[in-house]
Design a protein around this ligand. Sequence first.
Ligand code: SAH
Length: 238
Amino acid sequence: MEGKVYIVGAGPGDPELLTLKAYRLLKEADVILYDRLVGEEITKLVQSLGKTAIYVGKDGKGKERQIEINNLMKKFVEEGKKVLRLKGGDPTVFGRLWEEIEFLKANKIPFEVIPGVSSVNGVPACAKIPLTHPKYGRGIVVIGGKEVGDYEETLRNSTLVVLMSGISASEISRNLIKSGFKEETKVAVIQRGSLKDQKVFVSTLGKLSSLEKSFESPALMVVGDVVHFVEKYNCLEI
Ligand code: SAH
């Protein structure tokens, strides 16, 4: 059997906030490589499954540790194993996902990314705080603590996710260009994400702004250079 890596979000810490898919994969995996941020209770659950569970938390040893993690993933996959790489919250949010994706692609290792409940929305929800409100919060800005010093610069270099954008993607693109976004900024429009008929369209703000294209609901736009990570064979270029 061919080995594979599943990069899985564990949610903010409460084991009941694991997704059903994460739980199923935890039970099916041969090896689990888990981070510090997955929290004690999930760590206990992982250890109780009786599998090879290896703690690979960074604890300040960023680069070296990442090389170790990459090598472990490769070794186990070559042994034909199902490797579950468990990360805190959601892997797309400050989860160094790019590093692992680049390594896995370069080594032609098959992988999937399974979302988790991010602390971004999960933790405020547990504290009963709505993140959006017509008057008090028109959107959500998520940045790393290190970036606060240069807030404007950080915003300029951040990924923008636009919800409720399927019908008006072209108009939104024109407005973003008017607000200072470059025409060549990459955009992915993801329609019916996570469902069996998910479709990913890739374009630039410039191209999208000149089309009158609308997308099936629900859809969202991801605007920014991170879109270059998308797997080309899996999406339609427009
Ligand atoms: N990928 C993670 C975020 C990684 S960065 C996610 O999607 O949640 C790590 C930061 O997330 C922590 O320093 C903290 O600010 C936040 N965080 C993660 N779990 C949390 C929790 N249970 N309560 C509060 N903050 C949390």
